[in-house]
Ligand binder design. Sequence first.
Ligand code: ATP
Length: 267
Amino acid sequence: MMLRVEALTLSFGGVRALNEVGFEVREGEFFGILGPNGAGKTSLFNCLSGLVKPAGSVTVEGTELLGRRPHEIAELGVARTFQNLGLFGSMSVTENILVGGHRQISGGALSAALRWPRTFRSERQARARADGLVDLLGLGAYRDATVDTLPYGIRKRVEIAKAVASGPKLLLLDEPVAGMNHEETDQFVDFVLELKDRMGLTIVMIEHDVPMVMRISDRILALDFGEVIGVGTPEEIRHNERFISAYLGAPTGAGTTAEPQLQGGTR
Ligand SMILES: Nc1ncnc2c1ncn2[C@@H]1O[C@H](COP(=O)(O)OP(=O)(O)OP(=O)(O)O)[C@@H](O)[C@H]1O
């Protein structure tokens, strides 16, 4: 199992942000996380990336993550993007990717995808590697562009390129299409699915755009008030009564499907 979360519980004072949360993500899955504001999605990601200290267990391919520091978790092959762009705006696309790839790898999915030799150490080689990633991700036209000058959708791609430059096996995407228009969102979906295939990634994604999550995910975890209210295929979640009422704020009649009403995810 790529990711196994068991009895994850996190409190802030009297607020229980996560309550006995458990689920599993299989290798190669695209796993979406949905829930209204305050459901605990960001808290969950913060647990997975070592930013907070919950109770419970989180294992990646059998290795316990809880108790490890964020850089140790990154070294175990877990990469993350944030809601706000984590880029150096005055640096070029390639320079940003070089920063992301500072954790040198000598094998793994990225090397395989780009056919790199097993050991690859020098600055020149690191640059060649970043160039390869730029091409792989269709960012060639922007290679030397300063990040601040690029459209938002492209900057988001650069951020993801930076996150995967270290050759992770598990990628955590935190609201990647927030702030994108429909066209940018569609392009992003194509981009991220190709990236996943090319690099053999497992992806876990938080996103408020319910139709997009339904479209892209193999399976979905639905959270509300820090608890799991459903895990299943998009079709199963779409018909899950607890999920529907969490989004609409009231119980709904039999046969109702959530999707037409679900655009924002706010209560
Ligand atoms: N640092 C904190 N201090 C106190 N309470 C917090 C903190 N972080 C989160 N919470 C609370 O924990 C609960 C879960 O919040 P969280 O941010 O994880 O939800 P979310 O699903 O990511 O929401 P959103 O969609 O708005 O980002 C909320 O009640 C929130 O107010």
